[in-house]
Design a protein around this ligand. Structure first.
Ligand SMILES: Cc1ncc(COP(=O)(O)O)c(C=O)c1O
Length: 375
């Protein structure tokens, strides 16, 4: 059997990793400023991560959600403590798309409505509702076309207000910072406007923090820069540092009923051990503060590169926009300078998503690599 080929691949196969470094079969060393697409939060092979998962594996790797699983409660407790949402509830699943799918279902169960408000450039995953809410017709197929989607531009205060005032919108789903769309941020004013219009109209506000959450923006969640509280927050990616785990944080006003949501693998013992290890390292090594400091340093250095027209983002979720398509530049940065970087649906934007524990040395290496590749 062969692999069903749906991915366009880098011509490098990492086989080992350590911190922010990746190694190929020949022992070539690469700096990871892509983080496997914003997944690697605490660095590759972190000893605490390895130890916690290994220990759990030796005890019990999996049993279904039909029995009490104490480690889920430990994870929820730690997540509540670090994120500032201690009084909320947690539902665990396996990926970002699944988190958003559950978030939208839960919103609909709450208010009985079905229209979904989303935004230009948004990406929410590839399952049924999540892909319908995503702004990319190339990955939406006829079976996904049933959802009632209302799509707006960021900062369309008037259009979103008029639509929400109809009183029939189930939920608004918006990324804290758009990742795939090219590191674009809704303004704090726009998020506050959505919050207040959702309050007035009984609409559920979902913040998709799958990519921008878990400390990446220099706060636990990117929406916390705007000082709003949504009703549901979706998480995945950095949550497991590579171990598949996702979830939704749920405001206490949204009540559960037995059987309302469910999953076989979500919240399994191993995934929770991985999730706890990530939070423990984030806390102990002050990685949110580090993301803020290193992000500011990286952004300042990028702004000084004349070929870069705009630098967007917060913390270690950064988009550098050139006035040309960056595909070739990215190849040079990878093959000649040995640094992994990310792309986005905006062809001129280079995306940087390194592990949250990088230091000044790695920032300098990345900046030098970009400069060399531009020569
Ligand atoms: C903001 C956002 N939401 C959802 C997803 C989907 O996550 P997953 O690929 O884990 O389903 C992604 C993935 O890139 C994302 O960036």
């Amino acid at each position: 059997m062969k692999i069903f080929e749906v991915y366009s691949l880098f011509d490098v196969e990492p086989v080992e990793a350590d911190g922010a470094l990746l190694y190929d079969r020949l022992g070539n060393k690469y700096l990871d400023f892509y983080g496997g697409h914003a997944v690697i939060s605490i660095g590759h092979g972190h000893p605490h991560f390895v130890e916690r998962i290994t220990k759990q594996l030796g005890k019990l790797a999996f049993y279904s959600n039909s029995v009490p699983i104490s480690i889920q409660k430990d994870l929820a407790h730690k997540l509540g403590e670090l994120s500032g949402y201690a009084s909320w509830n947690l539902f665990l699943c396996n990926s970002g798309a699944e988190a958003n799918e559950n978030a939208m279902k839960l919103a609909s169960a709450h208010n009985g409505r079905k229209k979904i408000m989303t935004f230009n450039g948004g990406f929410h995953g590839r399952t049924s509702l999540a892909v319908a809410a995503t702004d990319n017709p190339n990955i939406v197929f006829p079976v996904n076309e049933g959802a009632e989607i209302l799509r707006f531009a960021f900062e369309d205060f008037e259009g979103t207000q008029t639509a929400l005032e109809q009183g029939d919108v189930c939920c608004v789903i918006i990324e804290g910072i758009q990742g795939v769309g090219g590191v674009c941020e809704p303004s704090a004013e726009f998020l506050r406007h959505l919050r207040s219009k959702c309050d007035e109209t009984g609409t559920v506000l979902i913040l998709d923090e799958v990519q921008s959450g878990y400390g990446r923006s220099g706060r636990f969640f990117a929406h916390q820069h705007a000082e709003i509280e949504p009703d549901i927050i979706s998480i995945a990616k950095g949550m497991g540092n590579g171990f598949p785990i996702g979830g939704i944080l749920i405001h206490p006003e949204l009540k559960p009923t037995f059987g309302m949501l469910g999953t076989t693998f979500g919240g399994n013992h191993l995934a929770c051990a991985a999730g706890l290890a990530v939070l423990e390292v984030i806390e102990k090594e002050k990685l949110i503060e580090n993301a803020d400091i290193m992000g500011k340093m990286l952004m300042a250095e990028l702004e000084a590169i004349p070929e870069i027209k705009e630098v967007r983002g917060k913390g270690l979720m950064i988009g550098a926009e050139f006035d040309f398509a960056v595909a070739d530049l990215r190849k040079k940065i990878l093959y000649e300078q040995k640094v992994f970087t990310g792309s986005s649906s905006n062809k001129n934007t280079l995306r940087l998503l390194p592990p949250l524990n990088i230091g000044e040395k790695e920032v300098d290496q990345c900046i030098n690599a970009i400069k060399q590749a531009l020569k």
